[in-house]
Design a protein around this ligand. Structure first.
Ligand code: CA
Length: 465
């Protein structure tokens, strides 16, 4: 029974992005269950959100969430700005252009274009998160965007990792010379133990190699790849755009903005400077900046024309399908510090969306906010194991009708890029019967403007076939 709840918690946890959250939930559950929590767990909030599903697997922090870039053809219009959407819609109405209207019919996106495939952390379903090889794999499989998550080294260099804690995503524990660097740090109110990027110089970090944090995924690439710098990712996207003739866009996430600022290692200025070196300063530049916090996005708005995305998190999904708004993931961390009581759910009301539109171009919600799902609770008060495999996971959930989030966001002029889509059967609702394309089709039909996928090849096939 405890096991059920642990697994449930894991699966339900929302998003991709933040490993910590999961860790907390898992830790709590483990504590309740009388299990010792392993250090590994704490690092993975993403894993949790990602739906690592298994208690043991959760530790590593691998959530996926990719972002893709738009195809070159879609280019500037892709951003889904209200103006672009209107322009496209008008053109279609006036001319009866097959492209726009047919596409709009099949994909009711904000701008009438095909939804974007966003390679989550590269192609996290196949290769370790945030490696140049993983980004290349996403590009080769047709992703429109690649998604680097940004954290800072001790010497102030932006590198790409899903979380500041690198215990689960690198082989640092196998480097005895760094044994004494293991420590406890509090990230967004949650204490974690392990090795943290901000305690390593870039040169030191480069001696480590990436590993696959989810134990059920391919471990054969562990130890091969270095931790890339953000600069290397920018260069890869530019070079691959030239090589392929497509626009390979990037979707950098500012990880834990307040945390990095508290360390004296703020990310925002360096991000803007790096983008400027590549000429990425305009609304139609091949870049979208994302963050779970709000204040940093508001501060960025007057400083850049680049598209901004407000990420929307949650602490898990309740049996009735509602998203758990409890801390730490139920509201932006800067709200928590400011004692602002608004939750992420509050940000998805028409009023909340109107405010987001004052500083952002789109939202990146956990997908459970768009298509919720419910568990059936049996007479004994426990979730019913629908497929009778002895586990409670996504396969035991049934989809509920879509919420108004996509419609309301579009009405506010915001595009919608939910996360994270994964192919493993246990991460798919019972409705999809183990077919990840069925899930993609459902979301595409609702009009999402793009989606973050660990398996960008599958996301693309489902869109284009
Ligand atoms: Ca089951």
């Amino acid at each position: 029974m405890l096991l059920f709840f642990i697994r449930e918690q894991t699966v339900m946890n929302s998003r991709v992005l933040r490993p910590r959250v999961v860790a907390i939930s898992v830790a709590s559950v483990l504590a309740l269950a009388g299990c010792a929590s392993s250090s590994g767990y704490q690092m993975d909030d993403q894993a949790a959100r990602t739906g690592a599903g298994q208690t043991q697997a959760m530790a590593s922090g691998a959530s996926a969430g990719g972002q893709t870039a738009a195809e070159s053809a879609q280019g500037a219009v892709e951003d889904g700005s209200a103006q672009a959407g209107v322009a496209v819609a008008s053109a279609g109405a006036l001319t009866g252009v097959a492209g726009a209207s047919a596409s709009a019919g099949r994909f009711p996106t904000l701008n009438g274009q095909k939804p974007l495939v966003l390679g989550h952390r590269g192609a996290a379903g196949y290769l370790p998160d945030h490696t140049l090889a993983g980004y290349q794999r996403a590009i080769d499989s047709g992703a429109d965007f690649i998604e680097p998550d940004l954290v800072s080294t001790k010497d102030g260099v932006l590198v790409v990792r899903h979380e500041p804690n690198i215990t689960a995503t690198t082989n640092v524990k196998d480097h005895p010379e760094f044994a004494k660097r293991k420590r406890k740090r509090t990230v967004d109110g949650v204490e974690e133990e392990g090795w943290f990027v901000s305690d390593f110089t870039l040169a030191e970090l480069r001696t480590l190699r990436a590993v696959q944090p989810l134990e059920e995924r391919d471990q054969s690439h562990n130890g091969k790849y270095k931790v890339p710098t953000f600069e290397e990712v920018l260069k890869l996207a530019r070079d691959q755009s030239r090589r392929t003739g497509r626009t390979i866009s990037i979707y950098p996430e500012i990880k834990h903005s307040t945390y990095h600022r508290s360390l004296g290692l703020p990310i925002e200025d360096k991000l803007l400077a790096a983008l400027a070196r590549y000429g990425y300063t305009k609304k139609d530049s091949p870049v979208i900046i994302q963050s779970f916090e709000v204040g940093n996005l508001k501060a960025l708005r007057p400083r850049t024309q680049v598209r901004l995305v407000q990420l929307i998190d949650g602490s898990g999904q309740n049996p009735d399908g509602s998203v758990d708004q409890s801390l730490p993931l139920g509201q932006p961390y800067d709200f928590t510090l400011a004692k602002d009581s608004r939750t992420y759910q509050d940000l998805l009301t028409p009023k909340g969306l109107a405010e987001i539109r004052t500083y952002a171009d789109g939202i990146g919600p956990w997908k459970a906010y768009i298509i919720p799902s419910r568990l059936t609770i049996g007479p004994d008060g426990k979730p019913v194991d629908l497929n009778r495999d002895g586990l409670i996971d996504e396969r035991d959930r049934v989809a509920l009708p879509a919420t108004r989030v996509v419609k309301d966001a579009h009405a506010a002029g915001l595009f919608v890029h939910p996360y994270t889509f994964r192919s493993e059967p246990r991460r798919l609702l019972s409705d999809y019967q183990g077919d990840p394309k069925a899930e993609y089709r459902r979301f595409y039909q609702l009009g999402v403007d793009g989606l973050f996928s660990d398996f960008p090849d599958v996301a693309r096939q489902a869109r284009d076939e």
